[in-house]
Ligand binder design. Structure first.
Ligand code: ADP
Ligand code: GLC
Length: 492
């Protein structure tokens, strides 16, 4: 079975967040189950192809504003997965992926329309059509929209199904209605049953409506998004598609995230021998500029996009009280200026207490996972969250809000069993209380070590989740083969 992943970011070619980790790892797990898997990504400025390979082919994009041409390059092959890069320099050879200096690129609709058309033209070049196009988030939601509209009469693709994964409902791809003709979509799609959403065109909504199956990245988030509190205005659409909506928990690529083998750490360690973790803590504090090391003092790590989703307003509310406690906070992130400012201010006011780097730095992200004692994720909502799962593997105890994937992955510590600390009410006092509980528990070294080891021994590899995706692909493919034969569909 031929599966083509179409996504706006993927490790090792491009990354802003967890989507890239998933697109880097799930195809590998699916290839391991025997599927033919290809991954198609834009070629950004940050994209470094495995080797310099000339363009394989060029595709013509039927954009209403005029034909454009994109070249498709081979990105390389790893673990049986072939990666291809869409090279359209005027759209993708830029500093950022989606924005610069906090501002979305004004031509994002055209950029991802071009990419989505390139994906469809690319798959049409092969001898056999893909059984499944697996698309992700608003940036590739246009693939199913085009497939069921602009390409509705295309016989070659008539047997192709689309699986659409929502990684984050908070980003929907909203554009003014006049965008439709520019991206080769007819105005008739601007209805409540299709792309219309409070007077705007909503790409994500179209992705949900026109795909054959919708998934999201945890069981709990799949439930939450059908409620007004978490549905971001799409709860009605999601509810009406509930019979083809499933939450599948993200897995972890332990080739990249395992303290026993992680090459980005100053020392490695395992559940059987934790000595290396102490060395990681010392090296982390030194790297962050701490002069007088107190290794017994608890370190709380944060690695995050600085976005409202992640609960930083709660941290802002309790920052002064945290500064009074015997702890160190190490934070790494970039994003909304207000939160970058918050961490810079706290670092300036309480040097040695708040150690902050405002940047995107993959090496430091791994070193914080290893060097911290606890990891904080007080998210307002969290579709899955990967850092709390990485933290468990690194023996770094997560402190999380019980929402979405955070709730599904962390079992509350009761003094004996469990893997972390959870709070439910989205409030500063509730957050402060749970941090306090974690600090209390940290004072019992033996029990704390047991808690660390329980997390380290959990298995969140992709195997079981990849099988759930496989089942969906197989069901869809069976359904298609029962429907009209390709030739008949082409002529209809
Ligand atoms: P989200 O996708 O919402 O940002 P996840 O927890 O799923 O949240 O994934 C975040 C991923 O991005 C993790 O791999 C994390 O290490 C990485 N990450 C986030 N911010 C940074 C940063 N400033 N530097 C390096 N890696 C980061
Ligand atoms: C999104 C979500 C995050 C999830 C990631 C990968 O960015 O915010 O919770 O882990 O996608 O699915």
């Amino acid at each position: 079975m031929r599966i083509v992943f179409v996504a706006s970011e993927g490790v090792p070619y491009s990354k802003t967040g967890g989507l890239a980790d998933v697109v880097g790892a799930l195809p590998k797990a699916l290839a391991g189950l025997g599927f033919d898997v290809e991954v198609l990504l834009p070629r950004y400025r940050m994209t470094k192809p495995g080797r310099a390979i000339p363009s394989m082919q060029s595709v013509t994009l039927p954009l209403a504003s005029g034909y454009r041409y994109a070249s498709i390059q081979e990105g390389g092959e790893a673990h049986g997965v072939h990666a291809y890069l869409v090279d359209l320099p005027s759209y993708f050879n830029r500093e950022g992926l989606y924005q610069e200096k906090g501002q979305d690129y004004p031509d994002n609709a055209e950029r991802f329309a071009a990419f989505s058309l390139a994906a469809l033209e690319f798959v049409k070049r092969a001898a056999t059509p893909p059984d499944i196009l697996h698309c992700h988030d608003w940036q590739t939601a246009l693939v199913p929209i085009y497939l069921r509209n602009l390409y509705a009469e295309d016989g070659f693709l008539s047997r192709t199904s689309v699986v659409f994964t929502v990684h984050n409902l908070g980003y929907q791809g909203l554009f003014p209605p006049h965008i439709l003709p520019h991206i080769s979509l007819h105005a008739g799609l601007f209805t409540i049953d299709a792309l219309e959403y409070y007077g705007k065109v909503n790409f994500l909504k179209g992705g949900i409506v026109f795909s054959d199956f919708v998934t999201t990245v945890s069981r709990k988030y799949a439930e939450e998004i059908q409620t007004p509190e978490y549905g971001c205005g799409l709860e009605g659409v999601l509810k009406s598609h509930a019979d083809r909506l499933q939450g599948i928990l993200n897995g972890v690529d332990y080739d990249a995230w395992d303290p026993a083998t992680d090459k980005l750490l100053p020392a490695n360690y395992t559940p059987e021998n934790l000595e290396g973790k102490k060395a990681c803590k010392k090296a982390l504090l030194e790297k962050m500029g701490v002069q007088a090391l107190v290794l017994s003092r608890p370190v709380i790590g944060i690695v995050s996009r600085f976005a409202a989703q992640k609960g930083f307003d709660l941290i802002a509310d309790i920052a002064e009280r945290l500064a009074e406690l015997d702890l160190t906070i190490v934070a790494l992130g970039t994003g909304e200026p207000v939160y970058e400012e918050l961490f810079r201010t706290m670092a300036a006011k309480y040097p040695g207490k708040f150690l902050v780097k405002v940047a995107y730095d993959n090496t430091l992200a791994h070193q914080i996972e290893a060097g911290a004692d606890m990891f904080l994720m007080p998210s307002r909502y969290e579709p899955c969250g990967l850092n709390q799962i990485y933290s468990m593997k690194y023996g770094t105890v997560p402190i999380v809000r019980a929402t979405g994937g955070l709730d599904d992955t962390i079992e509350p510590y009761d003094g004996k069993t469990g893997t972390g600390f959870k709070f439910s009410e989205y409030s500063a006092p509730a957050l402060f209380k749970v941090i306090h509980q974690a600090l209390e528990a940290f004072r019992q070294p033996k029990a704390w070590q047991r808690l660390m080891l329980t997390g380290m021994r959990k298995d969140f590899s992709w195997t079981s989740s990849a099988k759930q995706y496989a089942k969906i692909y197989q069901t869809l493919s069976k359904e298609k083969s029962k429907s009209k034969p390709a030739t008949e569909a082409a002529g209809s």
